[in-house]
Design a protein around this ligand. Structure first.
Ligand code: AMP
Ligand code: MG
Length: 405
């Protein structure tokens, strides 16, 4: 069980994951734009038409040639027709004439300016247009949002609803995206009982399964939860090998430390390969990254906060690498609201509450319950505070890195 990096730094762990995942990148698939939200784009998108596609009215009102207006005074224009949104009328608006127009309607030939309905009066077929309009007022020009030929979306971007909408606005019906990794989730431990069943002395409820399933679903995945595994090497081996043959990613929780019942490291070493075991982070130090058969394995420590912190950082790096996501996850800088004594050397993820202060700066209040079994502190938090390696006394007012949780 040697020959792999151990007790490595957090940054190195991330690099190994990105490198291994990058070599196993999932293939592309073409999906309908209606289902593309949340996926990672794997092509560049170039606009084949301008947006807006044609000059059109910004308001409901009247369209005319600016040259028809009298300088410095109101002008009476003859109402010559209507142009509503939807189909360009075959008409030529002459000098001294105007047409009724609605928002988004194309400007008929002979017009270049719009007066807002509320600013005009209509009497006997004549429209009084106010003085002072500049040429092109309330007209949206073709291409002023997107020019034809512009690259609007890039390979590796996450398809937010707005980006999908931009593609739809350009008439694109399907997009090439990275396939979603299939993920199997295993919780392990003789002490675990499913919620709803009675607890015998010494047992606890399985809380991490819902944690991990929820976190994976929040990534847009459809993870599969397997029945909880007992701390039995034979049964673990059989179940994990089954999953390893069928899934892209296997996430396990528990059984990865150095206790008598922690069978995963030996199992991975014997039946697969370990890429690293143990990272200088807290919580989450025993985390293991490896592979077996076709699956990459991320084995998270069982303490709930360890599972959360390792998934949010290393787990996401794995999913991003497999899907070729190039945009980094959001990270902020925030002002620490209370002092914190960091007495150990490892990189730390503290739980905390982040909000913007009256001065407009982000602030974060660390949660005093900092042990890795204290699930309640996670439930009460919206942020993980990242404190780099090294013991140090932090003061209120120090600026720290923060990620959302
Ligand atoms: P382990 O990593 O298996 O040594 O577990 C570390 C701690 O996390 C122990 O106190 C376990 O009881 C607890 N634990 C492990 N798995 C779970 C789980 N799925 N839900 C809640 N607690 C767990
Ligand atoms: Mg265990």
């Amino acid at each position: 069980m040697t020959g792999y990096p151990s007790r490595i730094g957090f940054a190195e762990a991330g690099q190994i994951i990105r490198q291994v995942a990058g070599n196993r990148m999932l293939g592309p698939e073409r999906i309908a734009v209606t289902r593309a939200s949340g996926r990672v784009l794997v092509e560049d998108i170039t606009a084949s038409l301008p947006l807006p596609p044609f000059d059109n009215s910004r308001m409901d009102g009247f369209a005319f040639a600016h040259a028809s207006l009298l300088p410095g005074e109101d002008t009476l224009l003859r109402l010559a027709g209507e142009q509503f949104a939807g189909r360009l009328q075959a008409m030529q608006v002459g000098a001294g004439e105007c047409v009724r127009i609605t928002t988004g309607a194309p400007l008929p030939a002979g017009t270049d300016t719009v007066a807002i309905k509320e600013d005009c009066t209509l009497h006997d077929g004549m429209v009084r247009v106010p003085a002072g309009l500049r040429p092109g007022a309330d007209v949206r020009r073709a291409g002023e949002d997107v020019q034809a030929g512009a690259r609007v979306l890039a390979d590796g971007q996450v398809l937010t609803p707005a980006r999908v909408s931009l593609a739809a606005g350009l008439g694109i019906a399907s997009l090439a995206v990275a396939q979603r990794p299939t993920v199997a989730v295993f919780t392990t431990g003789d002490e675990l009982v499913e919620p709803g069943l009675p607890l015998a002395p010494g047992q606890i409820y399985n809380s991490n399964r819902e944690l991990l399933m929820g976190l994976l679903r929040a990534e847009g995945l459809e993870p599969t939860a397997w029945p909880t595994l007992p701390d039995d090497p034979e049964r673990m081996s059989t179940a994990l090998a089954d999953a390893a043959a069928a899934f892209d990613v296997v996430i396990t929780c528990g059984g990865v430390s150095a206790g008598e019942k922690d069978h995963l490291p030996a199992l991975l070493a014997a039946r697969g390969r370990i890429h690293f075991w143990r990272v200088r982070m807290r919580p989450g130090m025993p985390v293991l990254f490896g592979e077996m058969d076709r699956a990459l394995f991320l084995c998270l420590p069982g303490n709930p906060v360890s599972s959360l912190a390792t998934f949010l950082t290393l787990g996401r790096a794995l999913l991003d690498g497999l899907q070729r996501r190039r945009e980094p996850r959001p990270q902020w800088r925030a002002v620490l609201r209370a002092p914190w004594r960091k007495t150990h050397e490892r990189l730390e993820f503290l739980r905390g509450w982040m909000e913007s202060g009256d001065d407009g700066r982000l602030q974060v209040m660390p949660n005093a319950a900092d042990a890795s079994h204290q699930l309640r502190a996670v439930a009460d938090s919206n942020a993980l505070i990242v404190l780099p390696e090294g013991a140090r006394d932090y003061s209120a007012g120090d600026v720290v890195d923060v990620i959302g949780c």
